[in-house]
Design a protein around this ligand. Structure first.
Ligand code: 5AD
Length: 348
């Protein structure tokens, strides 16, 4: 197994059987070796520094009905909210004063009629804080909309592909959504010059090791600047609410494998990791992750943005608790890097 880890570190690619072996190996020493190598590669590129992104949850209104997601259209137990321009600006101001230089604007998928409003918002944030990066995470849109937002000043876009396997995609999403369209959106984003992030939910219902191997192969081919992966966590009002949660350990393995395959990628240790285990965030970093995304949303809307049950949004997960995060990172010898944290990957 160690030989496979070394091979991945050297060649940045394995065949599908080899990826499978790394995903199912069970010797704790082999697993620790994988994490250790990933940590070393991460430290070579980023040191023991962790980039921060301030997450602003713009709205829990969504036109989609994904079977796993707590803010799906069909969930009538959610009270819906939209932040207005002033509220978003206030979040950014607060974040800027704390020291954040990247704002991630995430929300449910809206209709195109509101895209110009988003473009104005981007322009306003950029003119007030030109030294900040703006990341959008607002779902699937026409190429023209992505272009409009890019022209307005958006730098990055997060859109997880969720799963590359068409059959599994179909089991997790309503009929009107397709994996082909999701991948098309990702190609557009890349063409438009965004730093692009994509990724999966680990341990989603019906997912298999085989489908995860397909995801790894897709990620290695697509070479995103950022890779967002977190364990699936059930939300009790969704059709998949009775399935078991994914595992922190398997997610760590994926962080490590992707770190070795794409050494320069920005890999967040996600909120779902912190939600599932008290030491989840640190375990992600110890497996090669190098980004954390604390929550900058207004405290009263945070609980309404419940993608899954028991989602962490307080303490070290909150932007205001960033000193707690710093203390936590210090226990493993890491520290916060307050820069914008752009992708070091060159555009081809
Ligand atoms: N568990 C874990 N992650 C989820 N997401 C949505 N619902 C869940 C859930 N129940 C993730 C999706 C989406 C991102 C914003 O949140 O991968 O892309």
């Amino acid at each position: 197994m160690k030989r496979l880890v070394d091979k991945l570190r050297e060649r940045h690619e394995l065949d599908s059987e080899e990826y499978r072996s790394l995903l199912i190996m069970h010797d704790p020493q082999d697993i620790e070796y994988l994490f250790g190598q990933a940590r070393e590669v991460s430290q070579r590129h980023f040191g023991r520094s962790i980039y921060l992104r301030g997450l602003i949850e713009l709205s829990n209104v969504c036109r989609n009905n994904c079977l796993y997601c707590g803010i799906r259209r069909g969930n009538c137990h959610v009270s819906r909210y939209n932040l207005n321009r002033e509220q978003v600006m206030a979040c950014c101001e607060q974040g800027y004063d704390i020291g954040f230089r990247t704002f991630v604007i995430q929300g449910g998928e809206w209709g195109e009629e509101r895209s110009p409003w988003i473009a104005d918002l981007i322009r306003e944030i950029k003119s007030r804080w030109p030294d900040c990066a703006i990341t959008l995470s607002l779902g699937e849109h026409p190429r023209e909309t992505y272009a409009l937002w890019r022209d307005a000043g958006a730098d990055r876009y997060l859109l997880r592909h969720e799963t590359h396997n068409q059959r599994l995609y179909g089991l997790l999403h309503p009929r009107e959504m397709t994996s082909a369209h999701r991948l098309q959106c990702l190609d557009w984003l890349m063409e438009l010059g965004y730093q692009v992030g994509t990724g999966i939910m680990v341990g989603a219902p019906f997912q298999t090791i085989g489908s995860i191997v397909e995801d790894v192969e897709y990620l290695v081919r697509f070479k995103p600047h950022m890779i967002g992966m977190g364990p699936f966590i059930p939300q009790h009002d969704t059709p998949l609410g009775r399935f078991p949660a994914g595992s922190v350990e398997l997610t760590q393995r994926l962080y490590a494998i992707l770190r070795l395959a794409l050494p320069q990628a920005l890999i967040p240790s996600t909120t779902a990791m912190a939600s599932l285990a008290p030491d989840g965030r640190l375990r992600g970093i110890l497996a090669g992750a190098n980004v954390v995304m604390p929550n900058l949303s207004p405290t009263d809307t945070r609980k309404m943005y419940a993608l899954y049950d028991n989602k962490a949004s307080l303490g070290a997960e909150s932007a205001k608790g960033v000193h707690l995060l710093a203390d936590e990172l210090a226990t493993i010898g890491y520290h916060i890097d307050w820069s914008r944290g752009d992708s070091p990957q060159k555009k081809e």
